[in-house]
Write a protein that binds this ligand. Structure first.
Ligand SMILES: *Cc1c(COP(=O)(O)O)cnc(C)c1O
Length: 421
């Protein structure tokens, strides 16, 4: 794409909306409830808050029964009626499986609990659950006329948007902080994205993305600043409930950066209840952050509705190194309404948890996944969760994407004897 070309075509005022959706009725401001038409490009609402997609759930109810869902192929697209693509607009797919819900018996036993489950999102394309959101956002953006899409990222979102943009035939621009893991930066560039490494935090990179979007250079696909990534992430909650036999667990531990997954799952549970697929029970939601970047935990502890920016953010769990989240009030509301909590864990307990789960259960978590294990242990000790409760942790990326400690011993084959190994 030639530089300087507008990132997307702005439709003339009064132009007919794009093809109608079978089930989407409108979008709604998450703060004021103001309605916005579907079938047009949107970023934040006029109040500067995220927009939520609303569906005609009565009509979905007739189309989407437990049996219909069970009979469909095991991919994230089995929830088609609860996703925003209009009829005839097919997903840009890289093969998005239903991710496994694994038990971690060794980890549970070490902590004295009866059981523990992890939903392993590292099995998705590009090795993280960012694929879920980007698959939906990219296809919707292309459908609505976008030719160039941009985001700030700490790593995984960049790789995912670059891969889906390549597949969809649109251009992508990714701006990341200097501390972004090298492997993410290189992977993103490998998909042909333009990658810029910047001397600031993710929200500061986001400000530059926003500036270019305001000038019409590209479409801003930042976390919660467009409405459709949330819908893709929501599928985690839908899948989980089906996997548990149409029940919600007692508690969910979620590594919280921008909070899309937590907010999305909370929305999914409401939709499932409205569809008559589940009852009124909700899991307690635990938002997990690193002590080196814990704006949501601080706001939760202070009883505040919004979270102040966290200065000097630093943690090995880069996916949750988000000093300021535009959906802060939605995260805090879901956590409070659920009876859960926001918890922080230190760096050492994150790394220790990754090592222990790998040895105890043969499961390599990403650092953010290590953070949720550490938070769950803390919650057990503090009596926030019981040893007999059904708890689901989210591991949102493949552990192989992160630098690992080198624990191998060097030997010389000329002198090595088996009895000395
Ligand atoms: C992005 C990311 C998170 C945070 O996800 P949000 O839903 O934006 O809060 C957690 N873990 C990993 C591995 C990530 O890439």
């Amino acid at each position: 794409m030639s530089t300087g070309a507008p990132g997307y075509k702005v439709e003339a005022a009064g132009a007919p909306a794009k093809r109608a959706h079978m089930f989407v009725t409108h979008l709604e401001c998450s703060q004021t409830g103001e309605h916005y038409p579907a079938g047009q490009l949107h970023n934040l609402s006029r109040a500067g808050k995220p927009l939520l997609v609303r569906y005609d759930l009565e009509r979905v109810r007739a189309a989407l029964t437990r049996q219909v869902i069970a009979d469909r192929a095991p991919t994230m697209w089995k929830w088609r009626e609860l996703l925003p693509m209009p009829e005839g607009v097919e997903p840009v797919s890289l093969g998005e499986p239903v991710t496994p819900l694994l038990s971690l018996p060794g980890t549970a036993a070490r902590a004295g609990a009866k059981g523990l489950l992890v939903k392993d999102e590292g099995r998705l394309p590009t090795g993280s659950f960012k694929a879920r959101g980007m698959a939906v956002a990219v296809i919707m953006a292309r459908h609505l006329g976008v030719e160039r899409i941009a985001i700030p990222t700490n790593g995984n979102a960049g790789a995912a948007i670059a891969a889906y943009a390549a597949r969809a035939g649109i251009a992508s621009l990714v701006i990341c902080p200097a501390e972004t893991p090298e492997i993410n930066v290189r992977e993103t560039a490998a998909y042909g994205a333009k990658v810029l490494v910047a001397d600031g935090q993710i929200d500061e990179c986001g400000a530059l993305v926003g500036k270019g979007a305001a000038e019409g250079r590209w479409f801003d696909c930042s976390t919660l600043k467009e409405p459709y990534r949330l819908e893709g992430k929501k599928v985690m909650g839908l899948e989980l409930v089906e996997q548990l036999g149409w029940r919600v667990p007692d508690a969910i531990f979620y590594p919280t950066g921008g909070g899309t997954g937590l907010i999305g799952m909370w929305k999914a549970f409401d939709e499932l209840e409205a569809l008559g697929l589940t009852g009124p029970k909700r899991p307690r939601m635990y938002a997990v952050q690193a002590a080196g970047c814990a704006p949501i935990v601080r706001a939760f502890d202070r009883g505040e509705e919004f979270a102040e920016r966290w200065e000097g953010a630093a943690t090995v769990a880069t996916g949750i190194r988000v000093p300021k989240a535009v959906g802060d009030f939605l995260i805090l509301r879901a956590v409070r309404d659920s009876g859960g909590a926001a918890l922080e864990v230190d760096e050492q307990s994150i790394l220790q948890a990754v090592n222990e789960v790998a040895c105890d259960d043969g499961t390599l978590l990403c650092p953010e996944g290590g953070a949720v294990v550490a938070a769950w242990r803390q919650a057990l000790e503090r009596g926030l969760v019981g040893a007999y409760e059904q708890v689901v942790l989210f591991n949102c990326a493949n552990g192989n994407k992160y630098p690992l400690a080198d624990r191998a011993r060097r030997i010389s084959l000329a002198v090595a004897e088996p009895n000395q190994l």
